[in-house]
Design a protein around this ligand. Structure first.
Ligand SMILES: [Zn+2]
Ligand SMILES: [Zn+2]
Length: 103
């Protein structure tokens, strides 16, 4: 479906916060992709609600990583699709991001 869109129809990079984007991403579930006695690596992935490209974020948590701060319950999740949204370069996503709880 999304594969054959001509390049000139790609959305422009836009960091304007969109609460609907945040709400949609908050419904995604973290998947545990590896776990040892010390570390857990989790991945959040899905289709970006704005640009409809695949995006994913991974986080590793564990003892000794020094992540125990008041901010550690949430994470900046940002669209990181592999399509270039001008004027941004490929790999920077479409600009949408939000603070998402890590569980
Ligand atoms: Zn995209
Ligand atoms: Zn996007």
């Amino acid at each position: 479906m999304a594969e054959n869109i001509p390049e000139d129809s790609v959305l422009l990079y836009d960091e304007t916060p969109d609460e609907n984007w945040e709400k949609a991403v908050r419904k995604w579930r973290w998947k545990i992709i590896s776990r040892t006695s010390e570390y857990t690596t989790k991945r959040l992935e899905g289709i970006c609600p704005r640009c409809k490209h695949q995006m994913s974020v991974e986080v590793t948590e564990g003892f000794g990583l020094g992540l125990i701060t008041s901010d550690s319950l949430s994470l900046d999740v940002k669209c990181n699709c592999s399509i270039a949204h001008p004027p941004a370069e490929k790999g920077q996503g479409c600009g949408q991001k939000a603070k998402i709880l890590k569980f």
